[in-house]
Ligand binder design. Sequence first.
Ligand code: PEP
Length: 248
Amino acid sequence: MRKKLVAGNWKMHGSLAENAALLAALKPALAGIDAVVCVPFPYLAQAQAELAGSSIAWGAQNVSEQAKGAFTGEVSTSMLLDFGCKYVIVGHSERRSLYGETDQLVASKYVAAQAAGLTPILCVGESLEERESGVTEAVVARQLDAVIAAAGVNSLSKAVVAYEPVWAIGTGKTASPEQAQAVHAFIRGKISALDAGVAEQLVIQYGGSVKAANAAELMAQPDIDGGLIGGASLIASEFVAICRAAAK
Ligand code: PEP
């Protein structure tokens, strides 16, 4: 059986005081349940101090594809390792659409993360316009192909894929369980055509307005193996309920 994994993406939210309260609530409630929080860079030290020894891992929301040097404002994989990160989100749709990250740049970040021993959470997903014009599968395939070309299909055995339809992120519009399952099955089928063993074990998270109220039916789908959670990951009771729904 595949493992289930829920990751929180705090985006650019939080403060030392707010994070302390959130993490203090999550720790006991998620004891024994694998979960991840991807926090803003300045709070990695706090996550490490608060979460070390718990079942909650922590990570970042972005990373540089460069190892070191004159790259003002960038953060390297080795810096993430210094703060005990296990995971890093690459290719979040906000990075792709607001900061111009191309499939090739995302693939370079994925390669750099894996080379450092970090597990990339690779985000893929279509915009509303793309869905409405019937190219959802083509878009997701293109985003996956960039990574497969750069790192090989076997690399996916050390990665997590998050399917996040852009139109469902932060909008309150969730893909229906059937819509999400269809794309998850497409992703698994595509990988399976290259390597059935890798596909069978691949954790494919769904992300896009997941909440406690809709988590159970999404997580019950056969190819949905957890979630990447934005807004609801900032509310302890919501995030705990989603993690528990996935772990069932
Ligand atoms: C996200 O940030 O990846 C996300 C899915 O956000 P939300 O859950 O708020 O839609």
